[in-house]
Ligand binder design. Sequence first.
Ligand SMILES: O=C(O)C(=O)C[C@]1(C(=O)O)C=C[C@@H](O)C=C1
Length: 268
Amino acid sequence: MQAVTLGPAGTYSHRAAQAVGDEIAFRESVTGIVEAVATGAADRGVVPIENSIEGSVTESLDALAGFEVAVVRELITPIRHALLAQHDEFDVVASHSQALAQCRSYLDTEHPDVALESVTSTARGVERAREESTVAAIGRPDTADGELRVLAENIQDRTSNATRFVVVAPIDERSTGGGKSSLIVYPNDDYPGLLLDLLEPFADRRINLTRIESRPSGERLGDYVFHFDAEAGLYEERTQEAIAVIEEIAAKGWVRRLGSYDVEHVVG
Ligand SMILES: O=C(O)C(=O)C[C@]1(C(=O)O)C=C[C@@H](O)C=C1
């Protein structure tokens, strides 16, 4: 199976995608990955959705709301960052904005004077460090080779650092089986208690929500799209009932069932 993910080779996304496809292709953005699946250019896409230190990967949430795709798997993987460079002396640290943010305290304490450069992926930062001796990168320690040295390991701000990835598939491959489900709701409405109304159908049926995230709809200020993850499968009657109530509340907008899946842990 072909899986597309964030490139170039050597990203954390690449490592997660190896659990999904035997043939891996790369894109420069998570939007490009979701689009490739939505348009039929790829069988599966692997995108980061949430990190335990830094929170949501908002571009991924917006891409899931923007394209008609299914979520068929969830992969949780530990993230251990290393500082890689040609020498001890460098002026710039280049990495993905998520990785820079996950190592904020380390950088402030150990390298307060370096400039931070945000690039499209950690592997792109490693490429920069390989090309320029004044640039260091934050990325996977196993991407160091030849001229690149590992200057420090485990530099993330907390020892336990994990990123949750979702595997996207064409919409007709959506599954209703699994212990978790993802849902996106755009109520296109605003009144006191709207959010409470959206939560009650879950609470009334004892469905545990594991995440709720609001993202701007882009239509007008203060107008939101809500992302829900629930600990119940779409095949379950209680989930179908809850969604039916939510569909009435969101009658002016839309509700999208991304699919059901089980949580998997991928270690290295
Ligand atoms: O740049 C990479 O290596 C990625 O796979 C992206 C990404 C992310 O966007 O969160 C994935 C895992 C880590 O949290 C850091 C970066």
